[in-house]
Design a protein around this ligand. Structure first.
Ligand code: G5P
Ligand code: MG
Length: 224
C-alpha cells in the first residue's frame, strides 16, 4: 500500500526535539525511527570499525562527521529497508547528504523543527543519556524515575561530551550553515513543513495532524 511506504525526514538543530518527535511518530504511526547519531554511536562500539573510529573524534567535539562517513553508514541502513517505510532523524544534514539520499529514495515529507537558540542551550545542558540503549532523559522535561539511573536497566546515566556548553554553541553554528541549503531544496519541492515553538508538547499535535493526513495512525494521540 502506497501510504504504508511513507518516507519522512525530521530536520532540526541539536536539541530541537528530533529524537523526541521521532519516537512519538514511530509509536503513533509505526514508522521505523532511524537516527544517524544513534547509528554512529553504535558503530563506535563496533570493535574497531573504520567509520566508528573516525566518527568518534567528531562526535566528542559535537562537529559534523564528514559526509562520506555518515552517508556510507546511512546508505547501508537504508539499503536494508528498501521495502519499508522509515523516518530519518538527523540525516540529511548537508546538501551533499540530501543528494546522496535522493539517489536511494526521495523523501515524501520533511518536518523541520524551528526552536529558539536559548531554548536549545538550556535543553542540551539538562540532557542525560543511557549509553547502551541510547535512551535520552531531560532533568526538567523527561526525568528518569530514579535520579541518575536508566528506567529499564537501572544502569547509570551520563552526560555526553557534546552537550557541554562550548560544544553546544559550535554544534548550533555548524548546523545552521549546513542545513540552510537542505531546507531550501525541500522547500522548493513543496515537501517542507516547518514547526516553530519552544515546547515539543505544543508542536506535537500539529505534527500528528500532518502525519495523519498521509498515513493511518496505529495509536490515537492521547498518550503524549
Ligand atoms: P544526533 O544524535 O543526531 P543532534 O545533535 O542533532 O544529535 P540531539 O542532540 O540528539 O540532536 P534532538 O534529537 O534534536 O537532539 O533532540 P532530543 O534529544 O529529542 O531533545 C533534546 C533534549 O531536550 C532531550 O533531553 C529531550 O528530552 C528534551 N526536550 C525535548 N522536548 C522538550 C521540551 O519541549 N521542553 C524541554 N524542557 N525539554 C525538551 O547527532 C550527534 C552527532 O552525530 C554526528 C554529529 O557529530 C552530531 O553532533 N552526526 C552527523 N554528522 C554529520 N552528518 C549527519 N547527518 C550526522 N548525524 C549525526
Ligand atoms: Mg537526537
Amino acid at each position: 500500500m502506497a501510504s504504508k511506504l511513507l518516507r519522512a525526514v525530521v530536520l532540526g538543530p541539536p536539541g530541537s526535539g528530533k529524537g523526541t518527535v521521532c519516537e512519538r511518530i514511530s509509536r503513533s504511526f509505526g514508522l521505523q525511527h532511524l537516527s544517524s547519531g544513534q547509528f554512529l554511536r553504535e558503530s563506535l562500539g563496533g570493535g574497531g570499525a573504520e567509520a566508528g573510529a573516525l566518527a568518534q573524534q567528531y562526535l566528542e567535539r559535537g562537529l559534523l562527521v564528514p559526509d562520506h562517513v555518515i552517508t556510507r553508514v546511512m546508505m547501508t541502513e537504508l539499503e536494508k529497508r528498501r521495502e519499508q517505510p522509515w523516518l530519518l532523524d538527523g540525516f540529511p544534514r548537508t546538501l551533499r547528504q540530501a543528494k546522496a539520499l535522493d539517489g536511494i529514495c526521495e523523501p515524501d515529507l520533511v518536518i523541520s523543527l524551528n526552536i529558539p537558540f536559548e531554548t536549545l542551550k538550556d535543553r542540551l545542558s539538562a540532557r542525560w543519556v543511557h549509553p547502551a540503549s541510547g535512551r535520552v532523559y531531560n532533568m526538567d522535561f523527561n526525568p528518569p524515575q530514579v535520579q541518575g539511573v536508566d528506567d529499564l536497566t537501572g544502569e547509570p546515566l551520563v552526560q555526553r561530551e557534546e552537550d557541554r556548553p562550548e560544544a553546544v554553541a559550535a554544534r548550533l553554528r555548524t548546523y545552521k550553515d549546513a542545513a540552510k541549503p537542505v531546507m531550501e531544496l525541500y522547500r522548493s519541492r513543496g515537501i517542507l513543513h516547518s514547526f516553530s515553538g519552544t515546547e515539543t508538547n505544543k508542536i506535537w499535535p500539529y505534527v500528528y495532524t500532518l502525519l495523519s493526513s498521509r498515513i493511518p495512525p496505529v495509536l490515537p494521540d492521547e498518550e503524549h
